[in-house]
Design a protein around this ligand. Sequence first.
Ligand code: FES
Length: 335
Amino acid sequence: MTRLRNAIISALVLLLGRARRRRPRREETRIVPPQPGHLAAELAVLALLGLSSSCAIAFILVYALGDSIPNETQFLGAALGLALLCLATALILVGLKLVPSEEVAEEYPPHEHPHEQQLIAEVIDESGTRFTRSRFFKLGLLGAGGTLGLAILAPAVSFGPLFRVGDFLQTPWRRGRRLVDETGKPYKASDISEKNFYLAFPEGTSDEEKEQMAASLVVIRLPQKELRLPSHLKGYDANGILAYSRICTHAGCAITLYRAPLFQPDEPRPALVCPCHYSTFDPATGGTVTFGPAGRDLPLLPVYKDSKGYLRAKGNFDGPVGPSWWGVRLWKAQP
Ligand code: FES
């Protein structure tokens, strides 16, 4: 960020502070007579460029706020369309009002005549725009072009969360909330046996709330001596009972398979498996990915057994629930 900020500041300083490096010229030798500035046209061009930037920024804001704005799609189309329209109008105005069209009609000397080259170079040099506020024009053009570029790139954030990451972190789980089955019956720790797989929800949630991504859990029990939870997940289990998010971190399918060998050889260890693309998570090590395309560990909910033996949440998950593009790209195959 610091590098980017320094680069932007340097570019602005260069643009604003750059001295005009033109060849000194004697007015009497000019071919194209100096033209008076066209203040109204210049101001109109600057206003149009500013309007174009504002529309492009509005596009980004509407895109970022998303569903909270009614008729979002129409606003997006209108903002981008107006930004392009204003930019095009500003450029047309520059062409019509600020770029003089001069013609020099005279006999051309022989083609290779060196004076001809010089003459053409001078005509081109002296026929520049009559914009007396050329720095503002450049800034305006840079602003309009830059913000429009950003507006066009904005939809790329749909590849992953950037603006609304909060949605991924909100869950119905709070400290003390009991784990219940599909009928609403609270689980006791004694209900959870090894080699089995249980579906759990937060107590007091409606059927509709149970559909929320972060509501459902898969609950299993492992022998405590088999647990290899990393240090930051110590205390997340209740005597070997582990409650993981049911949503696969690859593309959001529900984890519905539990591979727990019932007889020898009982290796590899028990694993939670997603049926969509066979991402496999090791519950003993904190839901780490051992196979498949998932990019992040399965989030683990800390649980405890209360004085009456019921299973309750200790807090929220250790990470965002659901699929994530960043994890998919960061994950490296386990050696
Ligand atoms: S959604 Fe689970 S592996 Fe793809």
